[in-house]
Design a protein around this ligand. Structure first.
Ligand code: ARG
Length: 277
Protein backbone atom coordinates (compact mmCIF):
# COMPACT_ATOMS: atom_id res chain seq x y z
CA UNK A 1 0.00 0.00 0.00
CA UNK A 2 1.42 3.46 -0.77
CA UNK A 3 2.65 5.21 2.37
CA UNK A 4 0.28 8.15 2.09
CA UNK A 5 -2.87 6.03 2.28
CA UNK A 6 -1.76 4.13 5.36
CA UNK A 7 -3.98 4.69 8.38
CA UNK A 8 -1.91 5.71 11.37
CA UNK A 9 -2.71 4.34 14.78
CA UNK A 10 -1.32 5.79 18.01
CA UNK A 11 -0.18 3.30 20.63
CA UNK A 12 -0.19 4.57 24.24
CA UNK A 13 3.30 4.96 25.62
CA UNK A 14 5.05 5.36 28.96
CA UNK A 15 7.78 7.93 29.15
CA UNK A 16 10.29 8.98 31.77
CA UNK A 17 11.14 12.68 31.96
CA UNK A 18 13.19 14.97 34.21
CA UNK A 19 12.08 18.56 34.88
CA UNK A 20 14.90 20.94 33.89
CA UNK A 21 15.01 22.71 37.26
CA UNK A 22 18.80 22.85 37.16
CA UNK A 23 19.15 23.30 33.42
CA UNK A 24 22.05 25.45 32.28
CA UNK A 25 24.92 25.35 29.83
CA UNK A 26 28.02 25.42 32.03
CA UNK A 27 30.32 23.25 29.89
CA UNK A 28 30.59 22.31 26.25
CA UNK A 29 30.56 18.68 25.12
CA UNK A 30 28.91 19.22 21.73
CA UNK A 31 29.13 22.03 19.16
CA UNK A 32 25.74 23.51 20.17
CA UNK A 33 26.77 24.24 23.75
CA UNK A 34 28.13 27.77 24.32
CA UNK A 35 28.52 28.44 28.03
CA UNK A 36 29.09 32.13 27.31
CA UNK A 37 25.54 32.47 25.91
CA UNK A 38 22.82 33.15 28.51
CA UNK A 39 20.22 30.49 29.25
CA UNK A 40 16.89 30.90 31.03
CA UNK A 41 15.99 28.00 33.30
CA UNK A 42 12.45 29.33 33.77
CA UNK A 43 11.78 29.26 30.03
CA UNK A 44 13.34 25.79 29.77
CA UNK A 45 10.93 24.56 32.46
CA UNK A 46 7.93 26.15 30.71
CA UNK A 47 8.85 24.64 27.33
CA UNK A 48 9.43 21.26 28.96
CA UNK A 49 6.06 21.47 30.81
CA UNK A 50 4.33 22.06 27.48
CA UNK A 51 5.99 18.97 26.03
CA UNK A 52 4.93 16.92 29.03
CA UNK A 53 1.35 18.22 28.82
CA UNK A 54 1.22 17.31 25.14
CA UNK A 55 2.11 13.72 26.00
CA UNK A 56 -0.50 13.62 28.75
CA UNK A 57 -3.10 15.13 26.41
CA UNK A 58 -2.39 12.41 23.87
CA UNK A 59 -3.09 9.79 26.54
CA UNK A 60 0.50 8.79 27.30
CA UNK A 61 1.86 8.21 30.80
CA UNK A 62 4.74 10.32 32.02
CA UNK A 63 6.86 9.20 34.97
CA UNK A 64 9.28 11.64 36.56
CA UNK A 65 12.77 11.33 38.00
CA UNK A 66 13.96 13.98 40.45
CA UNK A 67 16.49 16.41 38.95
CA UNK A 68 19.81 16.62 40.80
CA UNK A 69 21.56 19.97 41.38
CA UNK A 70 24.86 20.19 39.52
CA UNK A 71 23.67 17.94 36.67
CA UNK A 72 22.35 20.50 34.15
CA UNK A 73 21.95 17.91 31.36
CA UNK A 74 19.86 15.50 33.43
CA UNK A 75 16.76 16.85 31.65
CA UNK A 76 17.87 14.76 28.67
CA UNK A 77 16.23 11.61 30.02
CA UNK A 78 16.68 9.77 26.72
CA UNK A 79 20.33 9.42 27.65
CA UNK A 80 19.58 7.91 31.06
CA UNK A 81 19.16 4.26 30.01
CA UNK A 82 17.69 1.97 27.37
CA UNK A 83 14.58 -0.03 28.26
CA UNK A 84 13.46 -2.99 26.14
CA UNK A 85 10.98 -5.64 27.37
CA UNK A 86 11.33 -4.25 30.89
CA UNK A 87 15.08 -4.83 30.83
CA UNK A 88 17.20 -1.79 31.58
CA UNK A 89 20.71 -1.29 30.26
CA UNK A 90 22.25 1.55 32.25
CA UNK A 91 23.93 4.50 30.60
CA UNK A 92 27.65 5.00 31.02
CA UNK A 93 28.50 8.52 29.92
CA UNK A 94 31.46 9.52 27.76
CA UNK A 95 32.10 12.88 29.47
CA UNK A 96 32.86 13.22 33.17
CA UNK A 97 30.34 16.05 33.58
CA UNK A 98 27.50 13.61 32.92
CA UNK A 99 28.91 10.44 34.51
CA UNK A 100 26.84 10.74 37.75
CA UNK A 101 23.60 10.65 35.71
CA UNK A 102 24.14 6.97 34.88
CA UNK A 103 23.86 5.68 38.49
CA UNK A 104 21.03 8.17 39.25
CA UNK A 105 18.87 6.78 36.45
CA UNK A 106 19.89 3.20 37.22
CA UNK A 107 18.73 3.65 40.82
CA UNK A 108 15.34 4.93 39.62
CA UNK A 109 14.82 1.67 37.74
CA UNK A 110 16.26 -0.63 40.43
CA UNK A 111 14.02 1.01 43.07
CA UNK A 112 11.00 0.13 40.93
CA UNK A 113 11.92 -3.50 40.45
CA UNK A 114 13.13 -3.47 36.85
CA UNK A 115 15.69 -6.02 35.68
CA UNK A 116 18.82 -3.90 35.35
CA UNK A 117 22.31 -4.28 33.99
CA UNK A 118 25.11 -1.91 34.97
CA UNK A 119 26.67 -1.37 31.55
CA UNK A 120 30.25 -2.39 31.00
CA UNK A 121 30.87 -0.07 28.04
CA UNK A 122 30.27 3.61 27.39
CA UNK A 123 26.80 4.19 25.98
CA UNK A 124 24.38 7.09 26.23
CA UNK A 125 21.09 5.25 26.42
CA UNK A 126 18.40 6.06 23.89
CA UNK A 127 20.57 8.88 22.62
CA UNK A 128 22.31 6.16 20.62
CA UNK A 129 19.93 3.18 20.90
CA UNK A 130 16.68 3.48 18.97
CA UNK A 131 14.16 0.65 18.93
CA UNK A 132 12.42 0.14 15.56
CA UNK A 133 10.02 -2.77 15.85
CA UNK A 134 12.04 -5.82 16.83
CA UNK A 135 15.35 -4.25 15.79
CA UNK A 136 17.61 -1.84 17.63
CA UNK A 137 19.54 0.80 15.69
CA UNK A 138 22.76 1.70 17.46
CA UNK A 139 24.79 4.86 17.00
CA UNK A 140 28.52 5.20 17.46
CA UNK A 141 31.23 7.64 16.46
CA UNK A 142 30.98 10.31 19.15
CA UNK A 143 29.54 8.92 22.36
CA UNK A 144 28.58 5.25 22.49
CA UNK A 145 31.48 2.78 22.34
CA UNK A 146 30.89 0.25 19.58
CA UNK A 147 31.67 -2.56 22.04
CA UNK A 148 28.46 -1.59 23.80
CA UNK A 149 26.48 -2.76 20.77
CA UNK A 150 27.32 -6.41 21.43
CA UNK A 151 26.52 -5.95 25.10
CA UNK A 152 23.09 -4.53 24.18
CA UNK A 153 22.39 -7.29 21.62
CA UNK A 154 23.18 -9.93 24.21
CA UNK A 155 21.28 -8.29 27.08
CA UNK A 156 18.14 -7.50 25.06
CA UNK A 157 18.27 -10.57 22.81
CA UNK A 158 17.60 -8.31 19.81
CA UNK A 159 19.26 -7.63 16.50
CA UNK A 160 21.44 -4.52 16.89
CA UNK A 161 22.41 -2.60 13.75
CA UNK A 162 25.49 -0.37 14.15
CA UNK A 163 25.36 3.05 12.50
CA UNK A 164 28.31 5.41 12.37
CA UNK A 165 27.83 9.13 12.90
CA UNK A 166 30.36 11.43 11.22
CA UNK A 167 29.16 15.02 11.78
CA UNK A 168 29.89 16.35 15.31
CA UNK A 169 26.68 18.43 15.27
CA UNK A 170 24.77 15.15 15.16
CA UNK A 171 26.65 13.41 17.95
CA UNK A 172 23.84 11.09 19.08
CA UNK A 173 21.82 8.82 16.79
CA UNK A 174 18.60 10.49 17.99
CA UNK A 175 19.76 13.84 16.60
CA UNK A 176 19.99 12.37 13.08
CA UNK A 177 17.29 9.70 12.97
CA UNK A 178 13.78 9.33 14.38
CA UNK A 179 11.61 6.27 14.68
CA UNK A 180 8.14 6.86 13.23
CA UNK A 181 6.66 3.39 13.48
CA UNK A 182 7.70 -0.26 13.83
CA UNK A 183 9.13 -0.25 10.30
CA UNK A 184 9.53 3.43 9.44
CA UNK A 185 12.16 6.03 10.21
CA UNK A 186 13.22 9.49 9.09
CA UNK A 187 16.86 10.56 8.98
CA UNK A 188 19.52 12.94 7.73
CA UNK A 189 21.82 11.02 5.38
CA UNK A 190 24.79 13.43 5.67
CA UNK A 191 25.13 12.64 9.39
CA UNK A 192 26.17 9.04 8.59
CA UNK A 193 29.22 7.36 7.08
CA UNK A 194 28.82 6.08 3.49
CA UNK A 195 28.54 2.52 4.74
CA UNK A 196 25.84 3.39 7.26
CA UNK A 197 23.92 5.40 4.65
CA UNK A 198 23.94 2.29 2.50
CA UNK A 199 22.71 0.15 5.41
CA UNK A 200 19.87 2.59 6.12
CA UNK A 201 18.87 2.71 2.45
CA UNK A 202 18.68 -1.07 2.36
CA UNK A 203 16.67 -1.36 5.59
CA UNK A 204 14.31 1.57 4.99
CA UNK A 205 14.04 2.33 1.26
CA UNK A 206 10.96 4.53 1.83
CA UNK A 207 12.34 6.52 4.74
CA UNK A 208 11.60 10.23 5.08
CA UNK A 209 14.82 12.12 4.43
CA UNK A 210 15.52 15.43 6.15
CA UNK A 211 17.19 18.37 4.42
CA UNK A 212 19.99 20.41 6.01
CA UNK A 213 17.65 22.99 7.49
CA UNK A 214 15.30 20.56 9.18
CA UNK A 215 18.19 18.52 10.55
CA UNK A 216 19.91 21.67 11.87
CA UNK A 217 16.82 22.77 13.78
CA UNK A 218 16.78 19.29 15.39
CA UNK A 219 13.64 18.19 13.55
CA UNK A 220 14.86 14.60 13.74
CA UNK A 221 14.97 14.65 17.51
CA UNK A 222 11.33 13.65 17.33
CA UNK A 223 8.97 11.40 19.27
CA UNK A 224 6.29 9.36 17.50
CA UNK A 225 3.51 7.28 19.01
CA UNK A 226 2.73 5.77 15.61
CA UNK A 227 0.44 8.64 14.63
CA UNK A 228 1.41 11.88 16.38
CA UNK A 229 4.95 13.05 15.82
CA UNK A 230 6.26 15.71 18.21
CA UNK A 231 9.10 17.62 16.65
CA UNK A 232 10.77 21.03 16.60
CA UNK A 233 8.27 23.51 15.17
CA UNK A 234 10.89 24.96 12.81
CA UNK A 235 11.16 21.65 10.90
CA UNK A 236 8.37 22.53 8.47
CA UNK A 237 9.61 20.42 5.57
CA UNK A 238 9.54 17.28 7.68
CA UNK A 239 6.12 18.20 9.06
CA UNK A 240 4.69 18.54 5.52
CA UNK A 241 6.10 15.18 4.49
CA UNK A 242 4.74 13.54 7.64
CA UNK A 243 1.26 14.88 6.87
CA UNK A 244 1.56 13.51 3.35
CA UNK A 245 2.25 10.08 4.84
CA UNK A 246 -0.73 10.20 7.16
CA UNK A 247 1.02 11.20 10.39
CA UNK A 248 -0.07 14.11 12.57
CA UNK A 249 2.99 16.24 13.30
CA UNK A 250 2.87 18.52 16.36
CA UNK A 251 5.44 21.32 16.41
CA UNK A 252 7.07 22.10 19.76
CA UNK A 253 9.24 25.03 20.85
CA UNK A 254 12.23 23.82 22.84
CA UNK A 255 14.57 26.70 21.97
CA UNK A 256 16.18 26.80 25.44
CA UNK A 257 17.07 23.12 25.40
CA UNK A 258 18.48 23.45 21.90
CA UNK A 259 21.20 25.62 23.44
CA UNK A 260 22.46 22.39 24.99
CA UNK A 261 22.01 20.39 21.78
CA UNK A 262 18.70 18.75 22.62
CA UNK A 263 15.03 18.76 21.65
CA UNK A 264 11.89 16.67 22.18
CA UNK A 265 13.33 13.16 21.93
CA UNK A 266 16.30 13.98 24.17
CA UNK A 267 13.85 14.86 26.96
CA UNK A 268 11.94 11.60 26.60
CA UNK A 269 12.96 8.07 27.56
CA UNK A 270 10.48 5.41 26.48
CA UNK A 271 9.67 2.75 29.08
CA UNK A 272 8.96 -0.48 27.22
CA UNK A 273 7.53 -3.08 29.53
CA UNK A 274 8.59 -3.41 33.12
CA UNK A 275 7.12 -4.29 36.50
CA UNK A 276 3.34 -4.39 36.39
CA UNK A 277 3.14 -3.67 32.66
N1 ARG B 1 24.12 18.56 26.35
C1 ARG B 1 23.77 17.18 26.20
C2 ARG B 1 24.99 16.40 25.75
O1 ARG B 1 25.73 16.90 24.93
C3 ARG B 1 22.63 17.02 25.26
C4 ARG B 1 22.11 15.63 25.16
C5 ARG B 1 21.01 15.48 24.20
N2 ARG B 1 20.40 14.22 24.30
C6 ARG B 1 20.10 13.39 23.28
N3 ARG B 1 19.41 12.33 23.51
N4 ARG B 1 20.56 13.62 22.09
O2 ARG B 1 25.21 15.30 26.18
Amino acid sequence: MPQQTRRRVARPRRYLMCRPEHFDVTYSINPWMRPEKPTDTGIAVLQWERLRNLYLGLGHQVELIDPIPGLPDMVFAANGATVVDGRVLSARFRHEQRVPEGPAYLKWFADRGYTTRDAEFVNEGEGDYLVVGSRVLAGTGFRTDRRSHAEAAEFFGREVVPLELVDPRFYHLDTALAVLDDDEVMYYPAAFSAESREALRALYPDAVLADDHDAEVFGLNAVSDGKHVLLAQEAVGLADELVRRGFSPIGVDLSELLKSGGSAKCCTLELRGGPGQ
